[in-house]
Write a protein that binds this ligand. Structure first.
Ligand code: ADP
Length: 262
Protein backbone atom coordinates (compact mmCIF):
# COMPACT_ATOMS: atom_id res chain seq x y z
CA UNK A 1 0.00 0.00 0.00
CA UNK A 2 0.89 3.66 -0.18
CA UNK A 3 1.39 3.75 3.59
CA UNK A 4 3.88 0.86 3.35
CA UNK A 5 5.84 2.69 0.64
CA UNK A 6 5.97 5.83 2.78
CA UNK A 7 7.08 3.80 5.79
CA UNK A 8 9.82 2.10 3.73
CA UNK A 9 10.99 5.45 2.37
CA UNK A 10 11.06 6.89 5.84
CA UNK A 11 13.03 3.93 7.17
CA UNK A 12 15.48 4.17 4.27
CA UNK A 13 15.95 7.87 4.96
CA UNK A 14 16.55 7.26 8.64
CA UNK A 15 19.00 4.46 7.91
CA UNK A 16 20.92 6.73 5.52
CA UNK A 17 21.03 9.52 8.11
CA UNK A 18 22.30 7.17 10.74
CA UNK A 19 24.96 5.83 8.34
CA UNK A 20 25.91 9.45 7.60
CA UNK A 21 26.09 10.19 11.30
CA UNK A 22 28.28 7.16 11.80
CA UNK A 23 30.61 8.32 9.05
CA UNK A 24 30.70 11.88 10.40
CA UNK A 25 31.41 10.54 13.87
CA UNK A 26 34.32 8.43 12.59
CA UNK A 27 35.67 11.41 10.64
CA UNK A 28 35.39 13.64 13.69
CA UNK A 29 37.19 11.06 15.82
CA UNK A 30 39.88 10.79 13.16
CA UNK A 31 40.31 14.60 13.09
CA UNK A 32 40.65 14.72 16.87
CA UNK A 33 43.22 11.93 16.77
CA UNK A 34 45.18 13.69 14.00
CA UNK A 35 45.16 16.94 15.97
CA UNK A 36 46.35 15.30 19.18
CA UNK A 37 49.09 13.40 17.43
CA UNK A 38 50.11 16.55 15.52
CA UNK A 39 50.38 18.54 18.75
CA UNK A 40 52.63 15.91 20.27
CA UNK A 41 54.83 15.71 17.12
CA UNK A 42 55.01 19.51 16.84
CA UNK A 43 55.99 20.03 20.48
CA UNK A 44 58.67 17.39 20.15
CA UNK A 45 59.99 18.86 16.89
CA UNK A 46 60.17 22.36 18.34
CA UNK A 47 61.67 21.16 21.57
CA UNK A 48 64.61 19.31 20.00
CA UNK A 49 66.38 22.32 18.41
CA UNK A 50 65.44 24.43 21.42
CA UNK A 51 67.20 22.02 23.78
CA UNK A 52 70.39 21.95 21.66
CA UNK A 53 70.21 25.71 21.37
CA UNK A 54 70.06 26.11 25.15
CA UNK A 55 73.00 23.73 25.64
CA UNK A 56 75.10 25.45 22.98
CA UNK A 57 74.47 28.89 24.43
CA UNK A 58 75.41 27.67 27.92
CA UNK A 59 78.60 26.17 26.48
CA UNK A 60 79.38 29.43 24.65
CA UNK A 61 79.00 31.40 27.88
CA UNK A 62 81.36 29.00 29.64
CA UNK A 63 83.84 29.25 26.76
CA UNK A 64 83.87 33.01 27.03
CA UNK A 65 84.60 33.10 30.76
CA UNK A 66 88.21 33.91 31.57
CA UNK A 67 89.85 30.71 32.82
CA UNK A 68 93.25 29.62 34.07
CA UNK A 69 93.95 27.91 30.74
CA UNK A 70 92.79 30.93 28.73
CA UNK A 71 89.61 31.33 26.66
CA UNK A 72 88.41 28.70 24.16
CA UNK A 73 89.95 28.81 20.69
CA UNK A 74 88.23 30.87 17.98
CA UNK A 75 87.62 27.60 16.08
CA UNK A 76 85.79 26.03 19.02
CA UNK A 77 83.71 29.18 19.47
CA UNK A 78 82.92 29.40 15.80
CA UNK A 79 81.80 25.75 15.64
CA UNK A 80 79.29 26.41 18.41
CA UNK A 81 78.04 29.58 16.73
CA UNK A 82 77.49 27.62 13.50
CA UNK A 83 75.52 25.02 15.42
CA UNK A 84 73.43 27.76 17.04
CA UNK A 85 72.75 29.23 13.61
CA UNK A 86 71.62 25.85 12.30
CA UNK A 87 69.26 25.30 15.22
CA UNK A 88 67.77 28.78 14.88
CA UNK A 89 67.18 28.25 11.18
CA UNK A 90 65.54 24.86 11.91
CA UNK A 91 63.23 26.59 14.40
CA UNK A 92 62.35 29.36 11.95
CA UNK A 93 61.52 26.93 9.20
CA UNK A 94 59.25 24.94 11.54
CA UNK A 95 57.49 28.12 12.61
CA UNK A 96 57.24 29.23 8.99
CA UNK A 97 55.55 25.93 8.08
CA UNK A 98 53.04 26.39 10.91
CA UNK A 99 52.31 29.97 9.81
CA UNK A 100 51.88 28.81 6.22
CA UNK A 101 49.39 26.17 7.26
CA UNK A 102 47.24 28.68 9.12
CA UNK A 103 47.48 31.10 6.21
CA UNK A 104 46.48 28.43 3.68
CA UNK A 105 43.64 26.93 5.74
CA UNK A 106 42.27 30.44 6.31
CA UNK A 107 42.28 30.86 2.51
CA UNK A 108 44.90 33.59 2.68
CA UNK A 109 47.49 32.20 0.26
CA UNK A 110 47.87 35.19 -2.08
CA UNK A 111 50.10 34.73 -5.06
CA UNK A 112 52.29 37.59 -6.25
CA UNK A 113 52.76 36.66 -9.86
CA UNK A 114 55.49 38.09 -12.04
CA UNK A 115 57.28 37.07 -15.24
CA UNK A 116 60.13 34.80 -14.33
CA UNK A 117 62.39 32.05 -15.55
CA UNK A 118 62.12 28.81 -13.57
CA UNK A 119 65.51 27.68 -14.88
CA UNK A 120 67.26 30.86 -13.70
CA UNK A 121 65.47 30.70 -10.36
CA UNK A 122 66.57 27.08 -9.90
CA UNK A 123 70.19 27.96 -10.72
CA UNK A 124 69.93 30.67 -8.07
CA UNK A 125 68.37 28.52 -5.33
CA UNK A 126 70.45 25.35 -5.65
CA UNK A 127 73.78 26.89 -4.46
CA UNK A 128 72.08 27.87 -1.18
CA UNK A 129 72.09 24.17 -0.38
CA UNK A 130 75.82 23.64 -0.86
CA UNK A 131 76.47 23.41 2.91
CA UNK A 132 73.62 20.93 3.48
CA UNK A 133 74.78 18.89 0.50
CA UNK A 134 78.35 18.84 1.77
CA UNK A 135 77.22 17.79 5.24
CA UNK A 136 75.20 14.93 3.73
CA UNK A 137 78.16 14.00 1.50
CA UNK A 138 75.84 14.39 -1.42
CA UNK A 139 76.55 15.39 -5.00
CA UNK A 140 74.01 17.39 -7.02
CA UNK A 141 73.60 17.41 -10.79
CA UNK A 142 71.79 20.41 -12.14
CA UNK A 143 70.31 20.54 -15.62
CA UNK A 144 68.46 23.83 -15.88
CA UNK A 145 69.71 25.57 -18.99
CA UNK A 146 66.34 27.08 -19.71
CA UNK A 147 64.77 29.37 -20.38
CA UNK A 148 61.48 28.20 -18.86
CA UNK A 149 59.53 31.39 -18.44
CA UNK A 150 56.07 31.82 -16.97
CA UNK A 151 53.91 34.04 -14.83
CA UNK A 152 54.42 32.68 -11.31
CA UNK A 153 55.07 33.63 -7.69
CA UNK A 154 58.82 33.81 -7.13
CA UNK A 155 58.95 33.27 -3.35
CA UNK A 156 56.42 30.45 -3.45
CA UNK A 157 58.30 28.71 -6.27
CA UNK A 158 61.53 29.03 -4.29
CA UNK A 159 59.71 27.45 -1.38
CA UNK A 160 58.57 24.52 -3.54
CA UNK A 161 62.10 23.92 -4.77
CA UNK A 162 63.62 24.31 -1.29
CA UNK A 163 61.16 21.82 0.15
CA UNK A 164 61.72 19.18 -2.50
CA UNK A 165 65.48 19.65 -2.31
CA UNK A 166 65.70 19.43 1.45
CA UNK A 167 63.58 16.26 1.38
CA UNK A 168 65.87 14.80 -1.30
CA UNK A 169 68.87 15.54 0.92
CA UNK A 170 67.14 14.33 4.08
CA UNK A 171 65.89 11.04 2.61
CA UNK A 172 68.62 10.69 -0.03
CA UNK A 173 71.13 8.53 1.90
CA UNK A 174 74.00 10.67 0.60
CA UNK A 175 73.49 9.44 -2.96
CA UNK A 176 73.56 11.84 -5.94
CA UNK A 177 70.56 14.09 -6.49
CA UNK A 178 69.40 15.39 -9.87
CA UNK A 179 67.49 18.62 -10.41
CA UNK A 180 66.10 19.34 -13.86
CA UNK A 181 64.05 22.10 -15.45
CA UNK A 182 62.38 21.64 -18.83
CA UNK A 183 59.72 23.47 -20.79
CA UNK A 184 57.61 23.25 -23.93
CA UNK A 185 55.30 25.90 -25.37
CA UNK A 186 52.61 25.39 -22.78
CA UNK A 187 54.23 23.98 -19.66
CA UNK A 188 57.34 23.89 -17.52
CA UNK A 189 58.58 21.01 -15.39
CA UNK A 190 60.76 20.91 -12.32
CA UNK A 191 62.09 17.49 -11.40
CA UNK A 192 63.94 16.56 -8.21
CA UNK A 193 65.25 13.02 -8.18
CA UNK A 194 67.01 11.21 -5.36
CA UNK A 195 68.29 7.67 -4.92
CA UNK A 196 67.36 7.46 -1.26
CA UNK A 197 65.01 5.48 0.96
CA UNK A 198 62.03 5.76 -1.41
CA UNK A 199 58.34 5.54 -0.56
CA UNK A 200 56.17 2.41 -0.52
CA UNK A 201 53.25 2.51 -3.03
CA UNK A 202 50.60 2.82 -0.31
CA UNK A 203 52.33 6.01 0.87
CA UNK A 204 52.24 7.86 -2.46
CA UNK A 205 48.74 9.32 -2.12
CA UNK A 206 49.18 10.12 1.59
CA UNK A 207 52.36 12.14 1.15
CA UNK A 208 50.56 15.29 0.09
CA UNK A 209 48.07 15.17 2.94
CA UNK A 210 48.42 17.37 5.94
CA UNK A 211 50.25 15.99 9.01
CA UNK A 212 51.24 12.89 7.03
CA UNK A 213 54.56 11.36 7.85
CA UNK A 214 55.17 7.78 6.91
CA UNK A 215 55.69 5.59 9.95
CA UNK A 216 58.93 4.21 8.54
CA UNK A 217 60.44 7.71 8.40
CA UNK A 218 59.57 8.88 11.91
CA UNK A 219 63.20 9.01 13.01
CA UNK A 220 64.00 11.67 10.38
CA UNK A 221 61.95 14.31 12.16
CA UNK A 222 59.67 16.85 10.51
CA UNK A 223 56.07 17.96 10.87
CA UNK A 224 54.70 16.25 7.79
CA UNK A 225 53.54 19.63 6.48
CA UNK A 226 56.13 20.40 3.80
CA UNK A 227 54.63 18.44 0.91
CA UNK A 228 51.11 19.47 1.79
CA UNK A 229 52.21 23.12 1.60
CA UNK A 230 54.03 22.42 -1.68
CA UNK A 231 50.87 20.91 -3.16
CA UNK A 232 48.73 23.87 -2.06
CA UNK A 233 51.18 26.25 -3.74
CA UNK A 234 51.32 24.19 -6.93
CA UNK A 235 47.50 23.91 -6.99
CA UNK A 236 47.19 27.68 -6.57
CA UNK A 237 49.39 28.12 -9.66
CA UNK A 238 47.11 25.68 -11.55
CA UNK A 239 49.91 23.13 -11.69
CA UNK A 240 50.30 19.50 -10.70
CA UNK A 241 52.75 17.53 -8.62
CA UNK A 242 53.41 13.82 -8.82
CA UNK A 243 55.79 11.33 -7.33
CA UNK A 244 57.36 8.17 -8.69
CA UNK A 245 59.14 6.13 -6.10
CA UNK A 246 60.19 2.70 -5.05
CA UNK A 247 61.37 1.73 -1.60
CA UNK A 248 65.15 1.43 -1.54
CA UNK A 249 65.49 2.90 -5.05
CA UNK A 250 64.69 6.56 -4.50
CA UNK A 251 62.02 9.09 -5.38
CA UNK A 252 61.33 11.50 -8.21
CA UNK A 253 59.07 14.47 -7.60
CA UNK A 254 57.83 16.34 -10.66
CA UNK A 255 56.08 19.69 -10.60
CA UNK A 256 54.29 20.70 -13.80
CA UNK A 257 53.27 24.32 -14.22
CA UNK A 258 51.27 25.96 -17.01
CA UNK A 259 53.23 28.86 -18.49
CA UNK A 260 50.07 30.84 -19.18
CA UNK A 261 47.17 31.22 -16.78
CA UNK A 262 44.09 29.18 -17.71
P1 ADP B 1 58.48 16.13 6.71
O1 ADP B 1 58.75 17.56 7.11
O2 ADP B 1 57.98 15.27 7.83
O3 ADP B 1 59.60 15.52 5.92
P2 ADP B 1 56.95 16.34 4.21
O4 ADP B 1 55.55 16.79 4.03
O5 ADP B 1 58.02 17.12 3.55
O6 ADP B 1 57.17 16.24 5.78
O7 ADP B 1 57.03 14.83 3.73
C1 ADP B 1 56.03 13.91 4.18
C2 ADP B 1 56.61 12.51 4.24
O8 ADP B 1 56.90 12.07 2.93
C3 ADP B 1 57.92 12.42 4.99
O9 ADP B 1 57.73 12.23 6.38
C4 ADP B 1 58.56 11.21 4.34
O10 ADP B 1 58.04 10.03 4.92
C5 ADP B 1 58.05 11.25 2.92
N1 ADP B 1 59.03 11.84 1.95
C6 ADP B 1 59.05 13.10 1.47
N2 ADP B 1 60.04 13.29 0.57
C7 ADP B 1 60.67 12.10 0.46
C8 ADP B 1 61.78 11.62 -0.32
N3 ADP B 1 62.46 12.42 -1.18
N4 ADP B 1 62.13 10.31 -0.17
C9 ADP B 1 61.45 9.49 0.68
N5 ADP B 1 60.40 9.88 1.45
C10 ADP B 1 60.02 11.16 1.34
Amino acid sequence: TEADVRLAEDLARRAATSLDNGRLYTEAQEAVRARDSFLSVASHELNTPLTSLTLNIQALRRDMEPRAGGAASPEALSAKVVAVQRQVSRLSSLVRELLDVSRITAGRLRLEREDLDLAALTREVVPRFSEDLARAGCELRLDARGPATGHWDRLRLEQVLQNLLSNAIKYGRGRPIEVRVEADDARAWLTVKDQGVGIPPEGHARLFQRFERLASERHYGGLGLGLWIVKQIVDAMEGRIRVESEPGQGSTFTVELPRQRA
